[in-house]
Design a protein around this ligand. Sequence first.
Ligand code: FAD
Ligand code: MLT
Ligand code: ZN
Length: 497
Amino acid sequence: RATLWSVRTSRPFSHLNTVTTEDLAYFSKVLPPSNILSTLPPICTSHDDMVPYNVDWMGKYHGKANTILRPRTTHEVSEIVKHCASRQIGIVPQGGNTGLVGGSISLDKELVLNLGAMSRVRSFDPVSGILVADAGCILQSLSDHIAPHNHIMPLDLGAKGSCQIGGNISTNAGGLRLLRYGSLHGNVLGLEVVLPDGTILDQLSTLRKDNTGYDLKQLFIGSEGTLGIVTGVSILTPPAPQATNNVFLALPHFDNVLPLYQVVKRQLGEIMSAFEYMDRTAYDMALSHGLGPVLDAKEVGDSRCFVLIETSGSNEEHDLDKLNTLLESLMTADEPLILTGTLSQSPGQFESLWAVREGLTECVQKEGKPYKYDVSVPLADFQKVVDTVLERMVSMGLHGDHAVSKVMGYGHIGDGNLHLNVIAKRGYSSEIESALEPFIYELVASRKGSVSAEHGIGSMKTHALHYSKDSVNIEWMRKIKRVFDPLDIMNPGKVLS
Ligand code: FAD
Ligand code: MLT
Ligand code: ZN
């Protein structure tokens, strides 16, 4: 099926060369095979073995790389990049390949440089909480590494079992803890980056304060592999909270969500660590895939929205007191904002409440082919945006199992980030895509929102960047790209088209 997406990305990169047998001979000198049998080979050119590196997590973007390289050291990355620069070969840096915007997939003949074999923790200081690690470390494995020291990673996301810290930094991933610990722009203390000419930029600082001119590392956070390859990371990890609790609440309609958010912020104060949202369609979908039920179906009645609130503090009794007082005031109010709710009573229940929210991405994937719009809009517009898109699908005769089976919203209320998901039951089609785009981007722009809150631009949204960035911004982004990567070999066609 010819989708608009495939048309957009099928343009060949005439300035780039394909990997040849001579190039492969050079790469095999730089990347000798390991003598450990269980280790994946550092060079892969077999069609079947390349499949996992050539298809994204959603199965939406199909890459064209004929070579996958898996270096083990920063020096090896640097040697590969120097060679690619001299031969003008394109490079797609790839982490866990869980990105949702087609950023980690080769669009034409670029090779894929996967960081998975660089997975060493370099150091951890339990006093400062500063962790220094290879970029290819999986987020979950870093959490496991620091857990015995009572520290946690400052970010958490549903893809934690596969995504890598280098990928998280390159996408400036948000996730479920941003409300409490802030973005990676604040938590990353230093980076080691191989620049597009192969030079190693060593900024792997472990200093909290360092005002010595331009803070170059910030440019690599969220630049999606277009300015260089992140090989090492220094990141501040917070102490693990001593007490965590969560509640799951059902609300009659969206109008109550923001008043509830205000009340909760006021009453829970410093212990509130997450305020997540999902609409009824998302909740029902989660249940139909075996998550939950977390609430009594009769009490839920025809609730239209649900929120999950988490608290993280240092004193269980104090936090529970605050939570119980909050719940009591919510249930006994003259005009209650909520219909029902539940407070987790055990670590197992705590996990199952979170599972309903964290599991939505996988449920969406099982439902069909998702069009995912990760947008920032004013909180008051969350429901309106979802309703407007649903109405459009209905009015165009595209709603139903023949085309779009579900339109739903969920996301991070605390961050103003709505995940609008449109599920194409029978697969992606140009008819559905042209009904959604540029309509959704125009809708977001009309509310002064962002077309990408946390997933990035990748190859999916290069044509939509101008809805959120004006021409002056885009021109300066282009200038920065040219300074770092004048040959345009580093993840070409991503972020900037
Ligand atoms: P990849 O997908 O491999 O790459 C992503 C981009 O970063 C590409 O452009 C790639 O070229 C570049 N890149 C990767 N590694 C490097 C490197 N070392 N150096 C330079 N560039 C590099 N995202 C959120 O923000 N919040 C969420 O809550 C969230 N939840 C998710 C839940 C699920 C189930 C899934 C599947 C995805 C979710 N995502 C979320 C999206 C995704 O997980 C994040 O974008 C993640 O940070 C990507 O990491 P990765 O290692 O998989 O990177
Ligand atoms: C989430 O918040 O669940 C993630 O960003 C992934 C998604 O949008 O599905
Ligand atoms: Zn998200």
